[in-house]
Ligand binder design. Structure first.
Ligand SMILES: [Zn+2]
Length: 87
């Protein structure tokens, strides 16, 4: 049996860490919207890691419609995961 661990990606703010309202990772607007960015399974397959990113409706629309914005956003999220979460 695998357990699921959820991680949040968001712009640092003064909001409480576990609060549902966080700043959009792209523009800094407060939002409750979350997008499942990626999932990973640990080497022993005991844990599934889910990376959820806080993103406002506007930015979600932008990254869904502009490939370059999407690539940039992707890089930013991966960088966050590598440096702030899996470190
Ligand atoms: Zn935004």
């Amino acid at each position: 049996m695998s357990t699921i661990k959820r991680y949040s990606i968001y712009e640092k703010s003064r909001m409480p860490k576990e609060g549902w309202l966080q700043q959009c990772f792209q523009c800094g607007e407060y939002t409750s919207k979350l997008l499942l960015f990626s999932t990973a399974i640990t080497p022993r397959k005991t844990k599934i890691q889910e990376y959820w990113v806080h993103i406002c409706g506007n930015c979600e629309y932008n990254i869904s419609n502009h490939i370059l914005k999407f690539i940039k956003f992707n890089k930013k999220c991966n960088h966050y995961i590598n440096t702030k979460i899996n470190n």
